[in-house]
Write a protein that binds this ligand. Sequence first.
Ligand SMILES: [Zn+2]
Length: 244
Amino acid sequence: MLKKDEGAVLRSGKSGTSSRIVTLLGRRSGKIRLLAKGAAKKDSPFRGALEPGAVIEAVYYYKDGRDVYFLKEASLLAPATAGSGTLQSAASLLAALELVDQITYAGNPEPKVSELIESYLEIGESADSLLLFLAFETKLLDALGALPEFGTCSACGREAWGGRYDPVNGISFCASERSAPAETIPLSEPVGRLLRDAAARTFSEFARLSAEEGARKTFGLLLHWTYTYHVQGYRLPNALKLLK
Ligand SMILES: [Zn+2]
């Protein structure tokens, strides 16, 4: 039976000498692996549609006894932009694709995650590609229902900016709290502003912002450790190494 879905290509690799195997985040079907026979050949009709970061409409089918689907047709809805910008913006896009691949599972569609990665892929250049990636991580936590209440003290309920964040438990403490555990990350007001902007603004609004180096670094650390403790499958994306 033929199926049809739209979504972002998260990953694409060779299979044998002439085919490609593609990981697609389908809007309705969730993460699926598609074998595109003959896609590595020069005259393949799939050419250009299977690059990581492309958004495509895929027609595919299943064969008994195989754990992959077979791609029949692919039409490009939005081309992959990772190859066209600076190394920084390419790395930021590839890191987001890698992250989504890590935290999504076959048979479990996540419409909010699909919408988020597709809107992230629409952004071209930004003032600070790493900062924009951190906004993506913030919104992804929100889409997964795992965004901690960074700004509220878990002990007294008052504002926690100026206090500390405990990534192990995903809770914050205001500056006057003495019960905070030893392993915490400082929650300065500039970091608070970045977190609020990342959660509330669109990617194109956020792409115009810049951040002071120290605040950006803390913002990144805070997200990295939140993912490490609270999001299954997460590890630091390899593409981020290009952003250093
Ligand atoms: Zn407090």
